[in-house]
Design a protein around this ligand. Structure first.
Ligand code: SGN
Ligand code: CA
Length: 535
């Protein structure tokens, strides 16, 4: 591996001389071999809704452009996050460190901005760096030549962006978030210095709650009936208390006005008492008259039909599920279109061969599994995240990887592709050895997970755990600080081979003593080795 810090005018071969000494007239071979990086990360996109992963839901709402990347590159089938929440996940991406190492344990606070971000290292080594879209962390973007970031979570319609030229202010722009984020990303590429490699992070707002589709897709999938997951009616019978005490069910938590957009019910009891009814008002008030007109003509007839039917019980829950899925998948349709725009641009510019394109999400999401939406838990659908990489120079089309990988690995991967040595303290490991579809003998055998955001919205208790290829051990812990929550110290064990839906907690059951001891040893090893300070 080249440590590019050592390149200077004296040591380099003649062919590289012009570039390294500052001339921009010659495209040189060294620059051609350093790949460009386009990292596309959506917010809350489940692997269940990407057709390349083959889940039944996605077959009814395919994602042809994301599939283009997957089919032409590598599809990671065991990709996970370390802490299934936005800012922690973004901090893992930027630092290659676990949450307790980078400080961002919870959603609203923590990032230790003295930690090195991989963008700084790429920038120092001559990459042009940019981030566009949701940044969300409580620090300035570090190591970026260009940024255009959303305010906080960002808005779907006419969002506000801040950049280096806006004097610290957020400026509202007319349009739909996914399109605007892509517009700004492509503008950056258009205006870049073409003699230098680039690293562009495209961080979408969609499909984050409350799933507001763009005008052209407001009626998409209206006649489709989406199948419910097998675990939709999970009663959590074998589990510790957190699965019972969470506040994230489609049935009870999901709101009719804000989440499901039945604006007509805003002044009707009991919906007028729902959480965040004003949230929908605020979003609708942001729209231009034309956007509002389109919105009303799509939702008003559907809402009227729903109100007239006066559904109850299972029929009502099914209606909620269908409305949730439709709006979510409409947002995904726009994302997929925008991924297509990026690919088309790179193709047109002849950049596909020397660019690694990554598609991922900041975590997974529940599409009704266990009756839930949102994320946070270490159960598969939120712990796991989609991950696709396209890089024809090093990855053969149609490659699939089963190795356990995690979001702390992205920074080391980008650094190694750029020929930069990763800082010793970075915990993640480069994914390059997996690009040929084989798993090296010494690849990691387990992953460590740790969720800390409690007390907080959705009431998910703190937990850490390990996952091997076959088993998962989770430890829930901590003081009960919300509603009737009790102090807990409780374990769950799942055999993912025989129980992929994680319904049967085997912890403490006869016959599982040995595997439990092995997993506990693995977990203790992480806690000690990584100096974890709470569990
Ligand atoms: C908001 C959402 C929550 C979500 C968190 C974290 N409510 O608070 O449902 O869990 O963000 O999401 S919202 O109605 O205000 O959108 S994350 O993706 O940023 O981690
Ligand atoms: Ca998220």
């Amino acid at each position: 591996m080249i440590n590019t810090r050592s390149i200077n005018c004296i040591l380099i071969p003649a062919a590289l001389f012009n570039y390294a000494c500052g001339s921009k007239n010659t495209v040189n071979s060294e620059e051609q071999t350093r790949p460009n990086i386009v990292y596309i990360m959506t917010d809350d996109h489940s692997y269940q809704t990407i057709s390349a992963y083959g889940h039944p839901l996605s077959q009814l709402a395919p994602t042809p452009n994301i599939d283009r990347l997957a089919n032409g590159g590598i599809l990671f089938q065991r990709a996970y996050v370390e802490n299934s929440l936005s800012t922690p996940s973004r901090a893992c991406l930027m630092t290659g460190l676990y949450s307790h190492q980078n400080g961002q344990r919870q959603l609203g606070e923590g990032i230790d901005s003295t930690k090195t971000f991989f963008s700084e290292l790429l920038q120092q080594e001559g990459y042009q760096t940019a981030v566009v879209g949701k940044w969300h962390m409580q620090c300035e973007p570090k190591g970026f030549d260009y940024y255009k970031i959303l305010w906080d979570q960002g808005e779907y319609y006419n969002p506000e962006f801040r950049s280096k030229d806006t004097d610290g202010k957020y400026i509202k722009e007319e349009g739909y978030a996914s399109t605007l984020i892509t517009d700004h990303s492509l503008n950056f590429l258009e205006q870049r210095d073409k003699d230098k490699p680039f690293c562009l992070l495209i961080h979408h707002k969609a499909p984050h709650r409350n799933w507001m589709p763009e005008p052209q897709y407001l009626d998409l999938y209206e006649d489709v009936e989406f199948p419910k997951p097998e675990t939709f009616k999970d009663d959590y019978a074998t589990r510790c208390s957190p699965a019972h005490t969470q506040d994230m069910t489609i049935n009870k938590t999901m709101t009719m006005v804000y989440d499901l957009k039945v604006h007509e019910l805003i002044n009707t009891a009991p919906y007028n008492k729902e959480w965040n009814t004003e949230g929908l008002e605020v979003s609708l008030a942001r729209m231009t008259p034309e956007q509002r007109k389109n919105w009303n003509s799509a939702y008003q007839p559907k809402n009227k039909d729903f109100i007239d039917k006066n559904l109850k019980g299972d029929e009502l829950v099914n209606w909620k599920y269908q409305r949730y899925l439709k709006d979510y998948l409409r947002c995904i349709k726009s994302i997929d279109d925008q991924v297509g725009r990026v690919i088309d641009y790179l193709e047109k510019e002849g950049l596909m061969d020397n660019t690694i394109i990554v598609y991922t999400s900041d975590q997974g999401f529940y599409m009704g599994e266990h009756g839930w939406f949102d994320k946070r838990f270490m159960y598969e659908e939120s712990f796991r995240t989609p991950l696709v990489m396209h890089y024809p120079k090093k990855i053969k089309a149609g490659t699939k990887a089963d190795a356990l990988v995690q979001n702390i690995d992205y920074a080391p991967t980008f650094l190694s592709l750029a020929g930069i040595e990763k800082p010793v303290e970075m915990s993640g490991t480069t994914l390059e050895p997996l690009f040929e579809g084989n798993k090296p003998e010494n690849w990691r055998k387990s992953l460590y997970y740790h969720y800390y955001d409690y007390p907080a919205i959705h009431s998910v208790r703190r937990h850490d755990g390990v996952r091997t290829e076959r088993y998962k051990l989770i430890h829930f812990y901590g003081k009960g600080e919300m509603a009737n929550d009790k102090d807990i110290d409780c374990n769950e064990l799942y055999d993912l081979l025989n129980d992929p839906n994680e319904l049967n907690n085997l912890y403490g059951k006869a016959g599982y003593e040995q595997i439990t001891a092995e997993l506990q040893k693995e977990l203790d090893g992480y806690r000690k080795g990584l100096k974890v300070d709470e569990f």
